[in-house]
Write a protein that binds this ligand. Structure first.
Ligand code: SAH
Length: 340
C-alpha cells in the first residue's frame, strides 16, 4: 500500500534527509524546522507545522510518515516501574521498561526482536534473532513513552539494555543514538545514554569512531574463559583478554567511567574466588561494577544466589576500592527485570 512505501521521517538520519530534501528542491534549513516540530514539540502531523508553507506541508505529507510504535499494553509493577509492550508494523512485539527512582527516571529500550547471541541465562537469548529493529522503532520507544507519561515524570536516562544486542544491529542503533544526542533533534545528554554490549570487540572499536561519546556498559558475567564460553557463546570469538584489551584502549572523557555488568548465577560465577579474580581483571580501569543477581525464568537451570553470597561478593570488590552496585530486580513481578 501507499503507506507502507512511505518513508518514516522519525529515525531517518539528518544526512539522509539532506539528500532527499535536496532532490525534492526543499531548502536544507527546513530539516531543522521539521526536526524541531517532531523531536522538540512532539508534533506528528505535517499540517500543524505552521512555519512551513501549505504547499511544503502537503509535499512532506505525501513523502513521509511520522509513525511511532504502537503501545499494545502497559503493565505497572508494585515497585512503580512500567513495562510497555509495543506492537510493530509486522505484528512482532518488543518491550521497554520505565524505572522511576529518586534522582532519575530510566527507560530501558530494545534494539532487536529476539537476539542471536544465545547467552544461556537470558530469556531473550532462547528466542533466537527474529529481526533487527529500525532506527524509527528504537527511537520510537523513547518518544512513545515520553508522550504517554505525564510531563512531571518523563525520562531522564536511557539504557540500550532491553531485548537484543545493540552492536549486532549496528547501523540503526547508531542512527537512533545520533538523533537522541543531536542538538537539532532530541538533545539528550550523552552522559545519560548507556549502550550495553555482550562484548563484540570489532564493533566496539568501530563504535568508538562514531564519536557519540555515550556511556558504555559491558556484560562481563564471568572471570575465566571456560565459564564465560559456557554462559556467553560470544566469548569463543572474543575471549576475556581480547575484550579487556580492547576496553583498555577505549577513549574515555575525563570524569567518565565504563560500567561492567556481572550477572550472579549461584555456584557458577558467584564465589569469593570469582570476586577476587574480577578485582584482578579490572585493575586500572576507570569503572563501576553493577552486580545483577540472576532473574530466574522457568527452564534456565540456573539458581539465584543468596543475599549473603551477593553481599560477600560485593564486599570483596569494595575492599579493593571498586564502586559496586547491586541492581535490584526492578519490575520482576511483571517480567520486566533484566533478561526477562
Ligand atoms: N545484549 C546486551 C544488552 C541486553 S542484556 C548485553 O549483553 O549487555 C542486559 C543485561 O541483562 C546484561 O548485562 C545481561 O547480562 C543481563 N541479563 C540477561 N539475562 C539476565 C537474567 N536472567 N538475570 C539477570 N541479568 C540478566
Amino acid at each position: 500500500s501507499h503507506a507502507k512505501t512511505m518513508e518514516n521521517l522519525i529515525g531517518t538520519p539528518e544526512s539522509t534527509l539532506q539528500v532527499v530534501f535536496s532532490d525534492l528542491g526543499i531548502e536544507p534549513y527546513r530539516i531543522h524546522q521539521v526536526f524541531n516540530w517532531v523531536y522538540n514539540y512532539g508534533i506528528r502531523d505535517f499540517q500543524q507545522m505552521t512555519n512551513l508553507s501549505k504547499v511544503l506541508r502537503n509535499r512532506l505529507q505525501e513523502k513521509f510518515s511520522l509513525a511511532l510504535p504502537h503501545i499494545q499494553k502497559k503493565t505497572v509493577s508494585q515497585d512503580e516501574s512500567i513495562k510497555y509492550l509495543f506492537e510493530l508494523e509486522d505484528e512482532s512485539t518488543v518491550e521497554s521498561i520505565w524505572m522511576p527512582s529518586e534522582n532519575r527516571n530510566t527507560l530501558c529500550i530494545s534494539t532487536q526482536v529476539g537476539c542471536r547471541l544465545a547467552c544461556s541465562f537470558c530469556l531473550t537469548g532462547t528466542l533466537g534473532l527474529k529481526r533487527n529493529l529500525m532506527a524509527s522503532e528504537i527511537l520510537g520507544q523513547h518518544m512513545a513513552v515520553k508522550k504517554d507519561l505525564p510531563e512531571s515524570q518523563g525520562v531522564t536516562n536511557i539504557v540500550l539494555m532491553g531485548m537484543g544486542e545493540p552492536l549486532d544491529n549496528y547501523g540503526p542503533v547508531v542512527d537512533a543514538v545520533r538523533l537522541m544526542v543531536s542538538p537539532e533533534a532530541l538533545r539528550i545528554s550523552k552522559r545519560k545514554i548507556t549502550l550495553s554490549t555482550a562484548g563484540q570487540v570489532d564493533k566496539i572499536k568501530k563504535f568508538q569512531e562514531e564519536k557519540l561519546q555515550i556511556s558504555l556498559a559491558i556484560s562481563l558475567n564471568a572471570t575465566d574463559n571456560p565459564t564465560r564460553d559456557k554462559i556467553m557463546p560470544i566469548n569463543k570469538k572474543y575471549p576475556i583478554e581480547t575484550l579487556l584489551e580492547c576496553l583498555r584502549n577505549y577513549p574515555l572523557k575525563i570524569g567518565r567511567k565504563l560500567t561492567f555488568e556481572y550477572v550472579l548465577l549461584a555456584d557458577i560465577n558467584d564465589s569469593d574466588e570469582d570476586a577476587r579474580r574480577l578485582a584482578q581483571l579490572l585493575k586500572g580501569f576507570r569503572c563501576k561494577i553493577n552486580l545483577i543477581p540472576f532473574n530466574p525464568f522457568a527452564p534456565s537451570g540456573y539458581r539465584v544466589p543468596s543475599d549473603e553470597r551477593v553481599l560477600s561478593f560485593q564486599d570483596i570488590l569494595i575492599s579493593r576500592n571498586y564502586s559496586v552496585f547491586i541492581k535490584k530486580n526492578r519490575g520482576a513481578d511483571i517480567l520486566g527485570a533484566c533478561g526477562q
